[in-house]
Design a protein around this ligand. Sequence first.
Ligand SMILES: [Zn+2]
Ligand SMILES: [Zn+2]
Ligand SMILES: [Zn+2]
Length: 235
Amino acid sequence: MKSTEEEILEGLSSQGVTAVKRIFMKKGTTLVATKHVILTFNTTKLPSTVKAGYIYCKTRLYIPNPIRCFKCQRFGHSKTACRGRQTCCKCASVDHLTSDCQSAELLCANCKQPHSADSKDCPQWKKEKKIQEVRTKQNLSYYEAKKLLFPEQNSMSYSNALKSSTSQPSQTDERLTKVIVPPLIKLKPVKPNVLRVKNVSTTKPSTESPSTTSAAQSKFKKHSQNAKQTKASDQ
Ligand SMILES: [Zn+2]
Ligand SMILES: [Zn+2]
Ligand SMILES: [Zn+2]
């Protein structure tokens, strides 16, 4: 039996939870509800557990997946903030939409390797995931985390940004990143901690171990000024 998001929110609101979002998984073309939920808290200090009915659910830091633009395929912004060119997700061509792609060969627009731009094997995707992790754990902006992890790349793209800004309106990562950060906020409401919790409804606890919890939380304490995200599982 699965509680609705509203029911879970009602049940957990006394514990500081301000928003509940169930995580769905794609199975074929349909979305299937999982037992995981993302919780948003109204405090900056994250609880290590939440009590759902008679069950204590351990919380775990929630690391969101990188955002990839469906228009230009680059990371760090969404389609609505895109100032790049329409680019095919499958073959990296700028001549057609992904849905019209006839190409037999895959080419990633980001890393130029033979996979589609939405591949999780993409080295660029893995980098972006790392940025999300650092950003979440250390409570940094996307841009700060990127700079911390890949300082050389950033100085390069910075010089590119300078060059292009003298000639034409820039389409570099830097500017796009600045434009886009706001849309990200809708996933982690105003000053919240977001936690991911499993089995909030009823079923018995799983064995999944929340190995990152304590490390993540100790970092949280150091950066208690801003909004945070966490993910959680039950015991
Ligand atoms: Zn874009
Ligand atoms: Zn194509
Ligand atoms: Zn790639």
